[in-house]
Design a binder for this molecule. Structure first.
Ligand code: T4K
Length: 385
């Protein structure tokens, strides 16, 4: 097996050319303006509006995705209600609900896309349900039509956690920008995360896209303590403002977004070629932006062996996103055992390295390592299997 000299992580952030970033910094130094809706944040806001094809009135930037979700949930009035969501996600999705006093109710996922199943969600709707929060996990698109039907039928809000789905549009084929519809345009609201582990980032950051433009003022208030001017405070807000340095990073990364997306597709194709004839490694082909590189193994012990040997023998740090599922974690243990499909898939999934700059030869070598590990008799290379 190949042991890499330097560790290979599950992801690495894209960093723009330093000289270009420095030019942007010079402007910030001149302005002496660092946060509180400065000119660079306003420019980033405008550029995102153009890229996504969403009016400027229907966006709000935040300092991270978690606070964006929290404030979005709060602004839509979910506090005190039940919200149906998926257990197959990062803890931030349900933490944001809990933190505003909404109760996450966990429904199972679709076995193919690994996103929340509208049928499973519908079975849990009660008069207490205020919203459904599906997650476009790994950039796999949820059944947006199915959820739109539920929203209409039961009068509940549909809010997508689109943390992984930046660069996903509603049509698969590449079309002129004017015809594209961002995945963020579905439902009442969507949140994109701009954390450095995402394919597009602003160091840290989050973006809400919402249907009702009247929400913008509310969200702008909430992210700035809900103070208005020097003498007024209209709600219990917090500090969730993006700063100028974050926005500059976002602007520089946005210039390269097509290149970043193309490279992810190349990596996906290289893995797909490498596992083409391997029955023991199943790819999950539903993501348009290839934000993550999840693969499924036949059982838990194989997955654990691959994870451990990639790390211990090959110096490759894959991750078990999203294991354990949320209902196996202490704050959500009240729903333990309710989502068997999610439990099964989480026990078998592994996300392999993918990021801009990962050499395609390294992808080949990682894949060959995985093939070697799954084909070896159990435990022949690792201790204590
Ligand atoms: N909803 C969903 C569905 C999400 O997945 C997330 C976040 C959110 C909401 C919340 O959005 P944010 O508030 O984060 O904007 C990471 C991220 O911290 C988190 O953003 C992400 N999801 C989650 C899936 O993964 P960790 O703890 O696994 O990251 P960490 O620090 O272990 O990084 C992974 C690897 O990335 C490292 O081994 C090396 C590399 N790395 C990481 C960072 C931060 C770098 O090379 N450079 C870096 O700066 O949580």
């Amino acid at each position: 097996m190949t042991r890499f000299e330097k560790p290979i992580f599950v992801t690495r952030p894209y960093l723009p050319p330093l000289e270009e970033f420095k030019r942007g910094l010079e402007g910030i130094w001149e302005n002496q303006w660092l946060t509180n809706n400065g000119p660079v944040v306003q420019r980033f806001h405008k550029e995102l509006s153009q890229y996504l094809g969403v009016p400027e009135t229907n966006l709000a930037l935040f300092n991270n995705g978690t606070l964006a979700l929290e404030l979005g949930f709060y602004a839509l009035g979910l506090s005190g209600g039940e919200v149906i969501t998926t257990p197959f996600t990062f803890v931030a999705t349900s933490h944001a609900l809990m933190r505003i006093g909404a109760k996450p109710v966990f429904a199972d996922i679709d076995p193919e896309t690994m996103c929340l199943s509208p049928e499973a969600a519908e079975r849990l709707i009660t008069p207490r349900t205020k919203a459904i929060v599906p997650v476009h996990v790994y950039g796999n698109v949820c059944d947006v039509e199915g959820f739109a039907r539920l929203g209409e039928k039961y009068g509940v809000k549909i809010i997508y956690d689109a943390a992984h789905a930046f660069g996903v549009f509603s049509r698969e084929e590449r079309v002129d920008h004017a015809e594209k519809k961002s995945i963020g345009c579905f439902g009442d609201m969507s949140m994109f995360s701009f954390h450095p582990t995402k394919l597009f980032h602003s160091c840290e950051g989050g973006l809400l896209v919402f249907k009702d433009a009247a929400l913008q003022e509310k969200l702008f208030n909430l992210r700035n303590f809900a103070i208005r001017g020097e003498l007024d405070c209209v709600d219990v807000g917090t500090n969730a403002k993006m700063n100028e340095l974050q926005a500059l990073m976002g602007i520089e990364c946005l210039k390269k977004i097509e290149k970043l997306l193309d490279y992810r597709r190349k990596i996906y194709d290289a893995y797909a070629d490498a596992f083409f004839d391997c029955q023991d490694v199943k790819l999950i082909p539903y993501s348009q932006n290839k934000a993550y590189m999840p693969v499924l193994f036949k059982d838990f012990s194989t997955r654990e062996r691959v994870y451990a040997e990639l790390k211990g023998i090959c110096n490759v740090y894959s991750r078990r996103y999203f294991y354990p599922i949320l209902t196996d974690l202490c704050p959500y243990a009240y729903a333990k055992g309710n989502c068997p499909i999610a439990e099964d898939l989480a026990a078998r999934v592994l996300t392999l390295p993918t990021y801009y700059g990962l050499a395609l030869d390294d992808v080949k070598a990682i894949s060959q390592n995985v093939r070697d590990i799954v084909s070896e008799p159990c435990g022949s290379m690792s201790k204590g299997c």
